[in-house]
Design a protein around this ligand. Structure first.
Ligand code: ADP
Ligand code: ASP
Ligand code: MG
Length: 410
């Protein structure tokens, strides 16, 4: 007998028939005698619809009220799934975030979970009741208002609950049967990984593979939660998914285990910035104060040889704000021109094997050169290399790299 957390994403609870199917899967696990907590997302498309309603009312709305609205999708699915379970004769009860409670900080719209009180849930699970928990939501510790955890946040709800319950497993059911070497939607030859390390999964998630929310992987790594990514359709129930685990549980380590892309990138270039100490600080300071995350950065000598050109990337949604912040300080910063481009994409290759293998970046550069794809910016870390390219080449680049690193399925 084990204690498990099962999470079902939006497409898995996208209509009534699918909710019934989810209930059957949960009932199977409960019938094995396991203690089961289920975390669900809103029905597919519902959170987008709610976000859009907020935008229509007021583009610059109050984040606390945004959370009140967008958290409602999950309240519907916990109720429906509980009914579906009861119809199968399984004792089940729904829980919203505040009822448990799932305590978070008060960064509304992107709150972090701080603590989950599991006493009542454990008590009921021990008596055989399935707990059906709303993902994506909590309650702010200082304002007692509903919070949400950022898009894709139900993954984090599930992993956090698994950690708090000291669960034996956290199964993330979705619309693919595991984590692939790259997004199977754009590379048909993508290969399913049996296992992936927390570190690689963390890089993959933060560099664009949306199969798990980045924070859920951080949380799993910190609390050593065994996370499996699996398909929610019945024909896959017997198929093992991908286990996200620590490095010592993986015998055969690949040099490169995954390729990701992110179109949510925009590039800003400041030309002929005066080349003196403190300039970078005076450019990036205002961006940081404006809560804008800067990702890749390159600095070059300008054509005139006396000044420097500075290029950096931000999330697409932050581009207008970044440009206007810098334009407002044009006189202080002393650059001659500012330009931007949001038709760019960041493509990354990831693998723990890079620590011990040379030439990984070179393979990437060669593969892109062979396809005539120009690299605009490069950044590297211990286990990844990222390049910025024109967005129109995204799929071509990802496929070429997938082949170049020998990842294509037979
Ligand atoms: P859910 O609604 O269940 O949370 P998501 O849409 O958030 O599901 O995540 C699943 C999707 O992630 C898949 O449909 C797939 O297109 C995408 N994806 C991107 N990269 C990968 C990858 N490397 N492996 C598996 N899926 C990936
Ligand atoms: N429903 C939320 C979203 O669409 C949370 C989730 O599905 O993980 O972002
Ligand atoms: Mg998701």
């Amino acid at each position: 007998m084990a204690r498990l957390v099962m999470k079902f994403g939006g497409t898995s609870v996208g209509d009534i028939e699918r909710i019934r199917t989810v209930a059957r899967r949960v009932a199977e696990e409960a019938a094995e005698g396991h203690q089961v907590a289920v975390v669900v997302s809103a029905m597919a498309g519902e959170t987008n619809r709610l976000v859009d309603l907020c935008r229509q009312i007021a583009p610059m709305h109050d984040a606390r009220e945004y959370d009140v609205v967008v958290s409602t999708g999950e309240q519907v699915t916990i109720g429906l799934l509980s009914m579906a379970l009861q119809a199968l004769g399984v004792e089940a009860r729904s829980w919203t975030g505040w009822q448990i409670p799932v305590r978070t900080d008060v960064a509304h719209g992107r709150a972090r979970i701080q603590d989950i009180d599991t006493a009542e849930l454990i008590h009921r699970m021990e008596q055989g009741q399935v707990a059906v928990v709303a993902g994506f939501q909590g309650i702010g510790e200082t304002d007692n208002r509903i919070t949400t955890l950022g898009r894709g946040g139900s993954d984090t709800s599930a992993v956090a609950l698994a950690a708090a319950l000291d669960a034996d497993r956290c199964d993330i059911y979705t619309d693919v049967d595991g984590v692939y070497t790259t997004d199977p939607r754009i590379v048909p030859k993508a290969r399913k990984l049996a296992r992936i390390t927390y570190e690689e999964m963390l890089e993959m998630a933060s560099l664009g593979a949306k199969v798990l929310q980045t924070r859920s992987v951080e949380m799993a790594m910190k609390h050593a939660v065994r996370v499996s990514v699996r398909h929610s359709w019945p024909q896959y129930w017997a198929v093992p998914g991908t286990l996200v685990c620590s490095e010592d549980e993986i015998v055969e380590k690949e040099v490169v285990s995954g390729i990701t892309y992110s179109r949510d990138e925009a590039k800003v270039t400041l030309s002929r910035v005066s080349d003196k100490p403190g300039v970078a600080a005076s450019i990036f300071g205002p961006l940081a104060e404006g809560n804008i995350n800067v990702d890749m950065i390159v600095q070059n000598v300008s054509e005139d040889g006396h000044s420097t050109d500075l290029t950096f990337t931000v999330a697409t949604g932050d581009l207008d704000k970044a440009v206007s912040l810098l334009e407002a300080r044009r006189d202080d910063l002393g650059y001659s021109d500012i330009s931007s481009d949001s038709n760019v994409c960041k493509v990354s290759v990831i693998g723990v094997g890079m620590r011990s293998h040379a030439g990984v970046a070179q393979t990437m550069f060669k593969a892109l050169a062979n396809r005539n794809i120009n690299i605009q910016v490069i950044s590297t870390s211990e286990i990844k290399v990222s390049v910025l390219i024109a967005e129109e080449y995204t799929e071509l680049a990802v496929r070429a790299l997938h082949t170049a690193y020998g990842l294509d399925a037979a």
